[in-house]
Structure formats: C-alpha cells, structure tokens
Design a protein around this ligand. Structure first.
Ligand SMILES: [Zn+2]
Ligand SMILES: [Zn+2]
Ligand SMILES: [Zn+2]
Length: 154
C-alpha cells in the first residue's frame, strides 16, 4: 500500500525535520486506523522516545493538519493520519471495549448531504460522524439482527 513520504509531508506542513519527528510520523503513516499517544508509545518503533515528546509532536502535527482528531477515549485523545490515503469517514466507538473503528469513506453525495445540515452562516472546515454502541467483537455470539435494537425506531 502507498504511503506519504515523511520528509515531503513535514516540508508541506512547514515543520522542521528532526529525527524524532521523522520516526513518529513514519509510525503514524504506517497505521491504517486510529491511535492515541499511549498506543504510539507502545508501538515497538517508538519505545525509546519519551511519551512527553510524542505528545508534543502529535500536538504539533494536529495544529499543522498532519493528523486529525477523531474524539476522546479513556486513554486520551484519538487521532488518525490526515492525508490522501485516509479520506474522510465516520467512526464507531464501542462503549464496551472502548475501541474506535474506522467506517468506510463518505461518498461525495454523503459529504454533501452532511454539509446541508449546516446553516449558511457557519463556515465548517471539517465534519465528524461518530456512532456509539457495541462493536462486532463485543457482540460475541449474538444474532446480527440484534444490532437493529440500537437503531432509533423509524
Ligand atoms: Zn498518506
Ligand atoms: Zn467492543
Ligand atoms: Zn478513521
């Protein structure tokens, strides 16, 4: 799978290149899903960088648009890479295991529809959609049709 180049990304977002930033960004680019500062710290490639440095670097990446924030979890803010390899999509937060799952990307029609909910006088830059409930793993052996119980009555 294609990945953005670390140096090109840093340059594009006007972030000066340091070894630690390159290593943290390479790890972020290698992930397809969401991450937290704690989960980055646990990944083998970053174990020798202290958590405060990872935290500050991710905060800088957020400010410059290299990553986007998805929401909050018990383990801190949840992020994901913000590049052409990760088009806008909704998320599902499991209230049982706390996992954040990425849902399929929005179609052009769906993003258009989301923005129609916004009154004209607001200038939105991003939109986020988060479903909460029980993820497939936590459903265990339960019947798939049981999921409908969580949807509002039509
Ligand atoms: Zn990319
Ligand atoms: Zn779950
Ligand atoms: Zn996602």
């Amino acid at each position: 799978m294609d990945r953005c180049d670390v140096l090109t990304t840093l340059r594009k977002h006007r972030i000066s290149s340091t070894e630690q930033r390159r290593r943290i960004l390479a790890e972020i680019h290698s992930l397809d899903g969401t991450f937290t500062v704690a989960s980055l710290k646990e990944s083998g490639s970053l174990e020798r960088i202290d958590e405060a440095t990872i935290f500050r670097t991710v905060a800088l990446f957020l400010e410059r648009g290299v990553v986007r924030s998805v929401g909050d979890s018990e383990r801190g803010q949840v992020f994901e890479k913000n590049c052409e390899h990760n088009p806008a999509h909704g998320h599902f937060r499991c209230t049982v295991c706390g996992t954040w799952s990425c849902l399929p990307p929005f179609s052009g029609e769906e993003s258009g529809l989301l923005f129609t909910m916004l009154p004209d006088e607001y200038a939105a830059e991003t939109v986020s959609v988060v479903f909460q409930g029980v993820c497939p793993r936590c459903f265990g052996g339960r019947e798939t049709s049981g999921r409908r119980a969580f949807l509002p009555e039509k």
